[in-house]
Design a protein. Structure first.
Length: 245
């Protein structure tokens, strides 16, 4: 395994083609990434991925999850991939070169997830709401989208080729306390959304959209695990107080 790649989790959401799944596994093996996670894959694709030459171990050890949130629970940084197209982007968007440097910095701190969407639709807005920011491979405007396996290979090459030095270039210094895991951040959102609905801040009919907005906002806060636990306790206390009224 290449140094530093241990903390990378490659997450495939809704993959349908076994050849694509196998190609991603092969690219992972090429560049030293071994942790593959799949979310609601097309069953036939997951069980019949046969193109992973030399990467059978990656597929055999792949983890399957029912939801994106579960697949990201132990990660502190989540990055989604997009070709942009006609989609309205609601996240910071980084170039692949910049993203590679920041991901290497993130992997030095803890587990990092890189998300790829289905071959047909890419990542849904709900899946994107779990991301801190997005990256785009600089393809030409006339043909933005790439094959899933090719896209994964390009991203993994960029991540693996440099040394982790982005931390010195960033204004934010690395905190001594560990960054919040997505499991904790999700728990904050799950506790806060009912409070927002009950208070009248958001309508129950619009709760799904509010949940996505809330999820994106909480990720922008970039909390430590300790601060996230404190905030979770505050929100729960408010929720209990409101239930008693």
């Amino acid at each position: 395994m290449r140094s530093g790649m241990e903390n990378l989790r490659v997450v495939l959401v809704g993959t349908r083609n076994p050849l694509n799944l196998g190609a991603v596994a092969r690219a992972m093996s090429n560049f030293g990434a071994v942790h593959l996670r799949v979310v609601q894959p097309y069953e036939k694709a997951f069980r019949n991925a046969v193109s992973a030459v030399g990467a059978s171990a990656v597929l055999q050890n792949a983890e399957e999850f029912a939801t994106v949130a579960e697949a990201l629970a132990d990660c502190w940084l989540v990055v989604g991939t997009t070709s942009v197209g006609n989609r309205e982007i609601q996240h910071p968007l980084r170039s692949l070169e910049e993203a590679g440097a920041v991901l290497r910095w993130g992997m030095a701190k803890g587990r990092v997830a890189l998300l790829f969407g289905s071959e047909k639709w890419g990542l849904s807005n709900e899946s994107l709401s779990h991301c801190h920011w997005l990256l785009r491979i600089p393809t030409r405007e006339e043909h933005r989208s790439m094959n899933l396996g090719q896209a994964a290979a390009v991203c993994l090459y960029e991540i693996s080729r440099g040394k982790s030095g982005a931390g010195s270039k960033r204004k934010t210094e690395e905190k001594k306390s560990a960054a919040a895991r997505m499991e904790t951040v999700e728990r904050i959102g799950a506790a806060l959304l009912p409070v927002l609905i009950k208070s009248g801040y958001t309508g129950e009919r619009k709760s799904e959209l509010a949940e996505e907005k809330l999820r994106r906002m909480l990720r922008r806060l970039a909390m430590s695990e300790a601060d996230a636990e404190v905030l979770l306790g505050m929100v729960r206390k408010i929720g209990w107080w409101m239930e008693e009224r």
